[in-house]
Design a binder for this molecule. Sequence first.
Ligand SMILES: Cc1ncc(COP(=O)(O)O)c(C=O)c1O
Length: 368
Amino acid sequence: MAADPLRWVRRDIRGIVPYQAKVFPQGIKLDANENPFPWPAVFTERLGREAFTDAFNRYPDGAATGLRQALSGYTGREPAEILVSNGSDEAIQLFLLTFGGPGLATVVANPTFVMYAMATRYLGGKVIDVPLLEVEGVFHLDVAGILAAAAREETRLIVICNPNNPTGNCFPEEDILAVVNGTDKPVVVDEAYYEFSGQTLAPRLAELPNLLIMRTFSKAFGLAGLRVGYTLGAPELIREINKVRQPFNVNAFSQGAARLALAEAPAFQAQVRQVLAGRERLWPELHRFAWQVYPTDANFIFLRPRAADLAAGVRLAGAIFQGLLDQGIMVRRLGDALRITIGRPVENERLLAALAVLQETQNGGWSV
Ligand SMILES: Cc1ncc(COP(=O)(O)O)c(C=O)c1O
C-alpha cells in the first residue's frame, strides 16, 4: 500500500494558509513595523562586552529570572506578574494552550493582528469576529458586540490590540475597561506598540484580575530578530500559563540582549522620538495623495485609496503596492488598504518621492 501520511494531517490544518513573513534585504522595508534604525552604538558595545559572558554551553534560565527582574523595574509590576516568551507570537499560543482548545472560541475585533485567529485555529478553536466600527474615519471597538460574544458559552479569550494593528489607533481606555470589567473571561490587551503610544493599562493590573497585557521587544526595542516578548498579569494566571511554556523558550543570548536593551532604554527612546518625528512628517504629506489617512498612535500609518467601490479600491491598493515595490519599497497591503511603517528619515523621503512618481504615472488613478 502506498503511504500517504498527508491524510493523517488534521483536516482543519490542511485548510490553513500559512503566515508568510517577507524578507527584503535589498530594499526599503516598511511592511513589518520594526524599528528602522540600527541598534544604538552604546547598546551594541555593551552587548559585545557583556552578553557573551553567559555560558552558552548550558541551557538558559528557563524562568528568565534576570530579565523578569529588569522588566519589573521597567513595567512597575512584580516579577511574579511577568512571563517571558519567544516573541509575543509565542505568548498568544500560550494563552490558547491555557484557555482554548477544539471548539472553544476567541473573540477578536477585525481588522486586527492575524495571529490571534491563526493560533486559535491551530488548536481547532473558532474565531468570533466582532468587526471594528468605522465612524467618521476613526475605528472604534463595538463594546456591546464584544461583550455579547464574550458571554457565549464557547468563548474562552477576548483579544484587543491597542494600538491596533493595522489601523494604528488606540481605543479609549473606558471602552477597553468596559470589556475587561464586563466579563470574567480573560481579556488580552496587546500593547506591542506601547512605547510609541505611551498608553497602557499596566498600572491598573491589580484591580483587573482577568486582564493580560502582552508586549514585545520587537518594535521600539529593535530586537525583532531575537524574539523576546512578555506578558503582564495576575500572579495566579501567570502561574497557570507558565505551565504550558516550553522549559527553555527564550534563548540565553536573547534574554541577555533584552536585559541590556532595558538598561539602555534611553537610547531606544531617542529612536522612538525620531520615529514619531517621522510620523509627524509623513502623516500630513500622505493626504496629498488623496487617500484616507487614519489617525495613528503607533509607528505605522493605515490608509485607504479613495475608490468608487471595494473592487476598485482593491485594484488601486494592489497597483500602489506593486508600484512601490518596483521602486524598491515594500509596504503591507490589506485588501483595499495599505499599512506603511515609519522608516528612517531618508526612507520616508524615498517613500514620498516614489508615491509622487506613481501618482503621475497612474494618470490620476488615486481618486478614482
Ligand atoms: C500587534 C502585534 N502583536 C504581536 C506581534 C508579534 O510580535 P513578536 O515579534 O513579539 O512576536 C506583532 C508583530 O507584528 C504585532 O503587530
